[in-house]
Design a protein around this ligand. Structure first.
Ligand code: DGP
Length: 133
């Protein structure tokens, strides 16, 4: 279940060399190319699923989520806390169409409600003028 055109499948298969934060037979975790926080690690299943809505078997999901705390411990953010992000589909601006969990940490992050979520957000008044909407 590998998509030969998928860059994350290639990372999972070892065809594109990476520096794994954690790896086992089903998942690999590696640091994001464009980190948003001091710690920004991606966890992916080695099998290809376009996103979390792509009929992912529950045992696969369980294993994937079971990796989160391991990665947080390896990266030293388990104690202070971290944020998980899973962009899914167009409205979430998912850019790589292979299921991945972003693990973000290493500093205080504002609550999502305080952030600029785009002009469609219910708090858009804080960030956008009427002309932008
Ligand atoms: P998303 O928008 O949720 O699909 O985020 C995809 C993330 O993947 C984005 O933060 C950048 C990262 N990324 C894309 N290509 C590569 C790559 O080849 N290597 C690594 N390490 N990260 C990548």
């Amino acid at each position: 279940m590998i998509d030969e055109n998928c860059i994350f499948c290639k990372i999972g298969a070892g065809e594109i060399p990476t520096n794994p934060v954690y790896e086992d037979d089903r998942v690999i975790a590696f640091d994001d190319l464009e980190p948003l926080m001091p710690v920004h690690t991606l966890i992916i299943p080695k099998n290809h699923y376009a996103n979390i809505g792509d009929n992912v078997p529950e045992d696969e999901l369980g294993h994937l989520f079971g990796t989160v705390q391991k990665v947080a411990e390896i990266k030293g953010i388990a104690k202070d806390g971290y944020r998980l992000l899973i962009n899914t589909g167009e409205n979430a601006s998912q850019s790589v169409k292979h299921l991945h969990i972003h693990v973000l940490g290493g500093g205080l992050m504002p609550r999502p409600n305080d952030q600029d979520w785009g002009s469609a957000a219910t708090n858009a008044d804080k960030f956008y003028s009427d002309e932008d909407k």
